[in-house]
Design a protein around this ligand. Structure first.
Ligand SMILES: NC(=O)c1ccc[n+]([C@@H]2O[C@H](COP(=O)([O-])OP(=O)(O)OC[C@H]3O[C@@H](n4cnc5c(N)ncnc54)[C@H](O)[C@@H]3O)[C@@H](O)[C@H]2O)c1
Length: 347
């Protein structure tokens, strides 16, 4: 059996704690230190060294890998520190706060050749694998429309952390970035975005709500509505069962409706609707339910990261790929500002 992989965590908040839970369940990996400038509580809990400065931690502990779960505006500088130190990195989403920053990170990753996986963890969910299998089977025919929803009401407490109210956060970059990434992964690249954004419900500097129109390269048309200020049951986090400790679950409700010329699919329920012998709106559609294999997205992501660190496979989503998702967030922001369709920037 190979020796456990020595891994460090940078950023010991809500998400950092979750990563630690999965690390502790995985035999091939050992948590060796935690870097966080404001708290040593998690390191103390597990009796491992705590560092206020992650650069000192990298120098002294020399981990083989690091998971970065600090605030969004620290992602790029911290990831660059890790890559320059030769430490393979799992960087929480979003990749960066802007494409300009993302380009710097892509350059450092390419120059150092150190592996970087971006934490768009939904890609590792078995429901997503089964959705991709159904789409690839042709059961929907030609994909015509895509409807996506991420509607939730975050607790007021969530916004006690100042960074969540300020530029660098917002529902687009914190939440809809996941949906945009998943819609790309499921339905193909997005050629153009129109959008409206609003901060009227919460009154913070960043938007709390957005409505997007998406034109996919394959011709499909999409809408994505999102808000962190709505009492609503439709959103991946409430529907897909990934994190019931954090989100009350509404497993019967869908968050994506994919409709094609031959059939349609609700996700995450994987209800596939198709006609029987006779087609057309006078005839009832028949429903069949897809069955994903068991497994947790976050745990699968960690197992994949271990393989990436050991150079056994390329990351399922690296910096350049995640930058394409980020380009969609920037396109949406620009579209909302300028009230016109925007083509996401090429990288
Ligand atoms: N994949 C997901 O579904 C998901 C879910 C939630 C959050 N996130 C991402 O995880 C990251 C952390 O979010 P969170 O909700 O845990 O935030 P949080 O505020 O709970 O935790 C952030 C932690 O980082 C620490 N920190 C602040 N500045 C730091 C620095 N310079 N270096 C190291 N640590 C620093 C803070 O002390 C805090 O402990 C964000 O990037 C967020 O977008 C991802």
């Amino acid at each position: 059996m190979s020796t456990p992989l020595r891994i460090a965590l940078i950023g010991a908040g809500v998400m950092g704690r979750q990563h630690v839970q999965y690390i502790r369940q995985e035999a091939g990996i050992e948590l060796v230190a935690i870097g966080d400038p404001f708290t040593s509580a998690l390191a103390d809990e597990y009796g491992i060294p705590a560092f206020a400065d992650h650069r000192r931690m990298l120098e002294q502990v020399r981990p083989e890998a690091a998971i970065i779960a600090n605030p969004n505006d620290r992602h790029v500088p911290t990831a660059i520190d890790c890559l320059e130190a030769g430490v393979a990195t799992l960087l929480e989403k979003p990749l960066a706060c802007s494409l300009e920053e993302a380009r710097r990170l892509i350059e450092v990753q390419a120059r150092t050749g150190v592996p970087l996986l971006v934490g768009h963890h939904r890609r590792h969910n078995p429901i997503v694998a089964e959705t991709r299998r159904i789409l690839a089977s042709g059961a929907l025919g030609r994909l015509v429309t895509v409807t996506g929803l991420w509607l939730a009401r975050k607790d007021e407490r969530y916004f006690d952390a100042a960074w969540r109210r300020e530029p660098g956060a917002g529902v687009l970059l914190i939440n809809l970035v996941h949906d945009l990434d998943l819609l790309r992964f499921l339905c193909g690249e997005i050629a153009s975005v129109q959008a409206l954004a609003s901060h009227a419900a919460r009154g913070f500097a960043v938007e709390d709500s957005a409505a997007l129109l998406l034109q996919f390269e394959n011709g499909a048309l999409g809408t994505l509505s999102g808000s962190d200020a709505t009492a609503a049951p439709w959103g991946w986090d409430q529907n897909a069962g990934e994190n019931p400790a954090m989100f009350a679950q509404q497993p019967e409700q869908p968050c994506y409706l994919l409709a094609g010329t031959e059939g349609s699919l609700s996700v995450p329920q994987l209800k596939l609707w198709r006609y029987g012998e006779e087609r057309g709106w006078h005839h009832p559609l028949l429903c069949r339910q897809g069955q994903p294999s068991p497994g947790s997205a976050m745990h699968n992501q960690l197992r994949h990261f271990i393989q990436v660190v050991r150079r056994e496979c390329p990351p399922i989503i690296g910096a350049a790929d995640a930058a394409r998702t980020l380009a969609l967030v920037e396109a949406a922001r620009q579209a909302a500002r300028e009230r016109r369709p925007v083509t996401p920037q090429a990288l």
